[in-house]
Every structure is written in structure tokens, then in C-alpha cells.
Write a protein that binds this ligand. Structure first.
Ligand code: MOS
Length: 803
């Protein structure tokens, strides 16, 4: 866990280590994508100019992740690594029918497996787990459905029994021998299936509005040039290396849950509501998270049954589900389809956009992706009509997966824009430039910054777009047809409230603690750098603790909001500590100085006149045990109710609603593909993205986030698809569910485009966890069209599409 990450305490004798000065080699070997320059300038992110005596800012420079060594040497602990005395092991039995009733169990053979302790079914748990609403509906759960509450089966792969045994092997063996008898009912599993229920999104989600302006249908009828097509994206499933596990241990009335979750507060409070416990009696520990990208979302359905089993057996119980189980006991990206009609003048100005979208939802939860807020506002267009619908079917509830709406919705729009460019015989970047806008056509508000075309220009230059023959099918390299394609990536900025304890010890060390999560994005590193920067310490003098509900409350890791939310919280807390120290100093060693002028730097509190006072002495003078503060940050436009939401494990992720502007992060994606003229094999030879996401605090981890997303985007274009067959996911394993591997990953580059945005929030941060994946699928599909003249409108694009 993060506690072991702190290294030796800072003393003046220790030379400053990992920090890279301009132009220096990165000890990790990867290059700074910024070169040696920080394009955001070197001013202090709290808004004060850097004092000439200050070292270069720690923020804005590449810094290796502080838990990196622990991760690569295997000593880093994840929740799934939890081992406890007398631990019993659980395995799941899941339904083999898509819908119906359980008519009986035949468990004798299972119970006879040596080591099998007990098999729990709805006969044990009916009524024992109280309903909890979906997180998006004001509750805590990733699904309101309760699988072990009755004999009803609502979808294939639903949990119908929980086997507990002395060993993992015995639990799995017994689960395999458990027989469940069913009565089958009719079911609807997808779009157009008889019995599916199509509803307007506004009927499913009360806050939803379909963005509109002008009269799109009339403008479309009058348009000089039109493009109309249907685009489709498939089901995709989360497959993080760390599975969807939980371990529950009771100590009298107190329950500790070790679970990889990206919202441990929701697990704690949701479980308390389900089991009728006081939240104060539940502690959830996540440690480091072995991948989530949208999974591990809120309270899962398996946690309460495992907790109840642990209580019944008087032993801690751990569940490590199979990879196959993870396709149905958690959430996934559902299939979508889009009817897009785009009208333009002959010189390439958009006059009409109609986007009718349909997504899959479950029967019992209000979760549905909504994405036309982005497609309706991306380009200047006076007439826009969008309609979003959801088809409710007999499946487990979908959920967020990295850039949940933008990945499918921008595949559709950015493919249609490419089709329009072809119809108009215009370069696709020139068409986008012609329809660029500084104002959101729907709300009429300005964008807080809008460097979209700067991204296209920087990307085109670095990628060599000028070499592209405008006519499809003409670029060749031996047997390969070559295609170049591009697409936009955009993502609204999100920000959440958070609380955080920041302490300074009499030894001059700092601690930063919050019930947030290290999901692999590098937030531990940024918190260490930020605290060091603002408290005038070396990063090694900072200990960061995350992933434990005993720490001050924070919200979920999602919506690319983590850095934005937590760094503002940290800055606020560090400033309050500085003020306290400054007030103490002017009453003593720095008498006569203006407290506002005192700066924390190099382990001292320094005055502009050159006087300074050692930090450890000041701290010890205030309190021999050290001082601390709990910062409570709320974004602009939200009040105390936002803090109440995170204190009670509910959703509090917003856009900073007080803003007079629309704030997005931007990017331009470029792909070079080669399609074999005879076999149809498709290879992506190169991906390049140019991104503008406000101030970039650690270019090294930021670049890693972006390139990782781009590789997933490649998978989204060419590989990833869950096959649905009569209600079942048929390829629910990593042999048949294809993901992009190292061998698929091409030459890949992520560039940063300066985006100084001082109105989005005080630190100018936009977040970029999701930006890298968005638009890659469209850029690749557009490149395939450019290579072959074939427009593939349903993902993934496969060899057979080329024949
Ligand atoms: Mo998201 S996929 O809610 O970060």
C-alpha cells in the first residue's frame, strides 16, 4: 500500500533526486513529450509568480510514478492480494438461462466435494439484502438488481449460488458440480428483439435533454450536399488484469471489505444500507487498483453475499471470480447504433445535423450512455436535432467504460464528417476548420478554450498529413494499400468535491491522505509532487495514503476528474497550512513580515527580505506532534450538498456548473493503416494524437495515459467485440475476446498542444484519462476508407470486411 512508498525523510544533505531539470535525461528512459520546455510556463500553479530563488517547479515536468518500483518488483499490494488467517474461498454459480425461474437445486454432489463448507442460494439470502439504488439514480450500486433475493433469473450469467470452501480449488470444483433447475421464459437480448422495450432517454433519466437548435429536418431537405448513414458499435467488456474480487472479514459487529473499487465510499455506504449496518462499522480497503477504466464501479452485487457468508461461517471469505463470470457480474460497454444525417453547402459549411442514437439498457437500472451533448456541440451548425433512445433488454446492466459515450458517438459523427469531406472533395481537416466554432451552437456559451484546430495542425505537421493523396485507394507500398485518416477527440471537463488530510510532522515530513484511489493513473505521484511543491519539500518527504475509507472522504475515480479534483483540494489544504505557519512566524522569528508574503521553500518559511525559519522548528513550536488540516474542496457552483454526497458515498461529479463557459479537452487523432491487397489483413502502422487538456502536471504519466488510451482505441476499431448469442456472451474469455496486444500496437506518439485555460478552474486543469481513446476508432475507419475506398460503418472492422 501507499504507506510503504515514502522513502528517506528529507534533510538538507540529501541531494534532490528524481526531479528532472530542463534538458536532462529522464532516468526512466522515456522522453518528455514536451521536450525540455514546459509550455505552460513555470509559474506556480497556485497563481503566484515563481520567486527567483525557487527551484524549477516540480509540476509540469516529467516525473516517474512513485509506486512504479513497488509495482514492477511485485511488492505493491492490491486488494486482491489480501490473505487473512482462516480465510475461506468462494466461487460463483451463475445462471445458464437468459430469463426465467429457478425451480430447484441439486447440490449433493457439490456438497460432497472435500473442503466444501456451504452453498448459499436465495433460500438463504432472500430478504437479507435490502434494495439499494443505482449510483446514477442517487444510490450506491452498479446495479439495483439483487440476484440472490428470489428464484427469478433476469439475465444469463446472473449469480444464483455462492459456494464457500476451504480452498479455491474445492470452491470451484463444487460450483462446477452444483446443478440448478430452471423454468425458461421468453427473453429479449438486443436491439429489435421481440419484447425489448425502447424508451426515450428522457423517460429513463429525468435530467436528460436531447440537444436541439434551429430546424434540422427542414435544413436537411434544403441542403446542397447530404450524407446519411447508420453506424454501429459492438458490446465490449472490461478485462482488467485484477479481477472483480472481494474479501470480507468480520470483527464482532465490524466488517472490513478488501475490494478493488474505484468508489470505496459507495461500497461502504451501499453495503451499510443493504445489510442494515452503521456505515461507521464498515471499512473498505482498496490498496492499489489493478485496472478499472470504468469497471469496479460503485457497489457490486457480490459483496453483500460474500459478507453474509463470512458472517454465517464465522470466517473471512474471499471471492475471486472467473474471467467468464466477470462478463456478467459487472458492467460493460453496450452496443450502440446511430443514424446520422449531415447537410452542408457546396463550399463545406454544415447547415443541418440529425443524430438519432440508440443504446442498450437493462430492465431494472436507469443507466444509459448519453452522448449527443458532445456531437451536437462539436461543430458550428445552426440546425441540430438529436434523439436518444434506450432499448431495455434482459441483460446485466451496462456501465461506464473509458469515455463511455464519446467512443461510440464520435465514431459515428467523425465517420460522417469524413464521408462529407469525401462527398465535397475537401480535405477532412479543412472541412473541420471551416466548421470550427468558438461558441457552443446549442447553449450559445463560449468555449473556455478551443484549441481543436491547433491540435489538428500540430498533429498534421508531426504526422506528415501533407503526403496524403486526397483520392482514396491510390497510396501503395508493395502489396499493401496505405490509408491515412484522422478524427477529433473531445471530452467535457468534469470536477468533483473531495476532502483530504494534509499533515506536517515535526521532522519536516508531510502526509497526504484521502479515500480516493490509485488506479494506475499516477495520482499518488501527483499528490506527492503537489504537496512537495506547495509545502517547499522534496517529493521523498511526502507520504501519500489512498484507498481506505478510514481516510477523509472522496468521490469516485472517473470522468477524468481525479487530478482536477484532488489537486485543487491539495492546493487548498497546503495554502491553509502555509497561512497557519506564516501567522505563527510573524508572531515570532519573522516578526514584522507580512504573512501573505511568506513562502514555503526548501524546507523553510522564507520572507522576501531574506530572513527564513526552518519548517520543522516552526511546526514543532506549534505542536510537538505536528500540525494538520482537512481540506474540503467543492467545485465552483456546488455547495455543501456536494460534500454531503461524498460523505455518504453518493455521486458528486459535475462540470463546474457555475461556469459561464463550456469547457472541453481536445485532441486530434491520426492513423496510418495498411490493408493487404490480397488477404485483406489490416495493420495499424502508426498512431499519432495531439492533445490539449489544459495544464499538464506530469507529462510522463499523462503521456502514458494517452498512449494507453490510443492502444485501446485501436482495439475498439479492429478487435474488441463481445458476441451475443441468445442472451449469452459467447466469447467470455481472453482467448476469444480480442484485445490489442503488444504485437498489435504500432509506432505511437502523443503530443501536447498548449492550452492555457485560466477560466476552467483555478489551476487550469482539464483531465485527460479518457481523451486518448476517443476518436481513434473513427481515425482508423477513415484511414481504412482512404486505403481501400471501403467505408465500414460497423465496428470492429475485420478482414472479412475487406474481401
Ligand atoms: Mo469513467 S469510464 O466513468 O472514468
Amino acid at each position: 500500500m501507499s504507506e510503504r512508498l515514502g522513502v528517506a525523510p528529507w534533510t538538507a544533505a540529501v541531494p534532490p533526486p528524481v526531479l528532472l531539470a530542463a534538458g536532462e535525461e529522464n532516468p526512466m528512459g522515456s522522453e518528455s513529450p514536451m521536450g525540455s520546455e514546459n509550455p505552460m510556463g513555470s509559474e506556480n500553479p497556485m497563481g503566484r509568480p515563481t520567486d527567483a530563488r525557487d527551484r524549477p517547479s516540480l509540476l509540469g515536468r516529467p516525473h516517474p510514478r512513485v509506486e512504479g518500483a513497488a509495482k514492477v518488483t511485485g511488492v505493491a499490494l492490491y486488494a486482491s492480494d489480501t490473505r487473512l488467517p482462516r480465510l475461506a474461498h468462494a466461487a460463483l454459480v451463475t445462471s445458464t438461462i437468459p430469463r426465467g425461474r429457478i425451480t430447484g437445486f441439486d447440490l449433493a454432489a457439490a456438497e460432497a466435494v472435500p473442503g466444501c463448507l456451504r452453498i448459499f442460494t436465495h433460500r438463504d439470502f432472500a430478504g437479507a439484502i435490502r434494495p439499494v439504488k443505482h449510483l446514477m439514480a442517487g444510490g450506491h450500486a452498479n446495479s439495483g438488481h439483487r440476484p440472490l433475493d428470489s428464484d427469478a433469473v433476469a439475465y444469463a450469467g446472473q449469480i444464483v449460488a455462492l459456494v464457500v470452501a476451504d480452498t479455491v480449488e474445492a470452491a470451484r470444483e463444487a460450483a462446477a458440480r452444483a446443478l440448478v433447475h430452471y423454468r425458461r421464459d421468453d427473453f429479449a437480448d438486443g436491439f429489435d428483439a421481440p419484447g425489448s422495450e425502447t424508451v426515450r432517454l428522457a423517460d429513463l433519466k429525468p435530467k436528460h435533454h436531447d440537444p436541439r437548435c434551429g430546424d434540422a429536418d427542414a435544413a436537411l431537405a434544403a441542403a446542397e450536399v447530404t450524407v446519411a448513414a447508420r453506424y454501429e458499435t459492438p458490446i465490449q467488456h472490461h478485462n482488467p488484469i485484477e479481477l472483480f474480487t472481494t474479501t470480507c472479514a468480520w470483527d464482532g459487529p465490524r466488517l472490513t471489505v478488501y475490494e478493488p473499487s474505484r468508489y470505496i465510499g459507495a461500497v461502504r455506504h451501499g453495503l451499510a444500507a443493504q445489510l442494515g449496518l452503521d456505515p461507521a462499522d464498515i471499512r473498505v480497503v482498496a490498496g492499489l487498483i489493478g485496472g478499472h477504466f470504468g469497471a469496479k464501479f460503485a457497489l457490486a452485487q457480490y459483496t453483500a453475499p460474500v459478507a453474509l457468508a463470512a458472517r454465517a461461517l464465522g470466517r473471512p471469505v474471499s471471492l475471486v471470480p472467473s474471467r467468464r463470470d466477470c462478463f456478467t457480474i459487472a458492467n460493460y460497454r453496450p452496443e450502440t447504433r446511430h443514424d446520422i444525417r449531415l447537410g452542408a453547402t457546396r463550399d463545406g459549411r454544415f447547415t443541418a445535423l440529425v443524430h438519432e442514437a440508440e443504446v442498450i439498457a437493462s430492465r431494472f437500472d436507469p443507466f444509459a450512455m448519453e452522448g449527443t451533448d458532445v456531437t451536437a456541440s462539436l461543430y458550428a451548425c445552426p440546425n441540430v436535432r438529436t434523439d436518444e433512445r434506450a432499448a431495455r433488454v434482459d441483460r446485466n446492466t451496462p456501465g461506464p467504460m473509458r469515455a463511455p459515450p464519446e467512443v461510440p458517438y464520435l465514431f459515428a459523427l467523425e465517420s460522417a464528417v469524413d464521408e462529407m469531406a469525401h462527398a465535397l472533395k475537401l480535405d477532412p481537416i479543412a472541412l473541420r476548420r471551416r466548421n470550427d466554432t468558438l461558441t457552443d451552437p446549442i447553449s450559445g456559451k463560449p468555449f473556455s478554450s478551443r484549441p481543436l484546430m491547433a491540435c489538428f495542425e500540430a498533429g498534421a505537421e508531426a504526422f506528415g498529413w501533407a503526403e496524403r493523396d486526397p483520392e482514396p485507394g491510390r497510396m501503395r507500398d508493395g502489396p499493401w494499400r496505405i490509408g491515412l485518416g484522422c478524427a477529433a477527440s473531445v471530452r467535457p471537463v468534469k470536477i468533483a468535491p473531495a476532502t483530504m488530510r494534509i499533515g506536517l510532522g515535526p521532522d519536516g515530513r508531510a502526509t497526504v491522505a484521502s479515500a480516493h484511489h490509485e488506479i494506475g493513473n499516477g495520482i499518488t505521484t501527483l499528490l506527492a509532487l503537489g504537496a512537495a511543491e506547495w509545502l517547499g519539500l522534496l517529493p521523498e518527504a511526502v507520504t501519500v495514503r489512498l484507498g481506505d475509507t478510514d481516510l477523509p472522504a472522496a468521490g469516485l475515480s472517473g470522468g477524468s476528474s481525479t487530478t482536477t479534483s484532488l489537486l485543487h483540494t491539495l492546493a487548498q489544504g497546503c495554502e491553509s497550512l502555509r497561512v497557519r505557519l506564516a501567522e505563527a512566524a510573524v508572531a515570532g522569528p519573522l516578526a514584522g513580515a507580512d504573512p501573505a508574503s511568506l513562502r514555503l521553500e526548501s524546507g523553510r518559511l522564507a520572507a522576501p527580505d531574506g530572513r527564513a525559519c526552518p519548517l520543522d522548528m516552526l511546526v514543532a513550536g506549534l505542536d510537538p506532534g505536528g500540525i494538520e488540516t482537512v481540506a474540503a474542496f467543492t467545485p465552483e457552483g456546488s455547495g455543501p450538498e456536494a460534500l454531503e454526497a461524498i460523505e455518504s458515498g453518493r455521486m458528486a461529479l459535475g462540470t463546474g456548473a457555475g461556469s459561464q463557459a463550456v469547457s472541453w479537452a481536445f485532441g486530434a487523432q491520426f492513423a496510418r493503416v495498411q490493408v493487404h491487397a490480397e488477404t485483406g489483413e489490416i495493420r495499424v502502422a502508426r498512431l499519432l494524437g495531439a492533445f490539449a487538456a489544459g495544464r499538464v502536471l506530469n507529462p510522463l504519466t499523462a503521456r502514458s495515459q494517452l498512449t494507453g488510451g490510443m492502444i485501446w482505441g485501436l482495439g475498439s476499431a479492429l478487435l474488441e467485440e463481445t458476441i451475443l448469442d441468445r442472451g449469452h456472451y459467447r466469447n467470455a474469455d481472453l482467448a476469444e475476446y480480442l484485445i490489442a496486444t503488444a504485437a498489435d500496437a504500432p509506432e505511437i506518439e502523443a503530443l501536447f498542444v498548449p492550452d492555457p485555460d485560466d477560466t476552467v478552474n483555478p489551476l487550469g486543469l482539464k483531465g485527460l484519462g479518457e481523451l486518448g481513446i476517443i476518436g481513434v476508432n473513427a481515425a482508423i475507419a477513415n484511414a481504412v476508407f482512404h486505403a481501400t475506398g471501403r467505408r465500414i460503418r460497423a465496428l470492429p472492422i475485420r478482414v472479412e470486411d475487406m474481401l
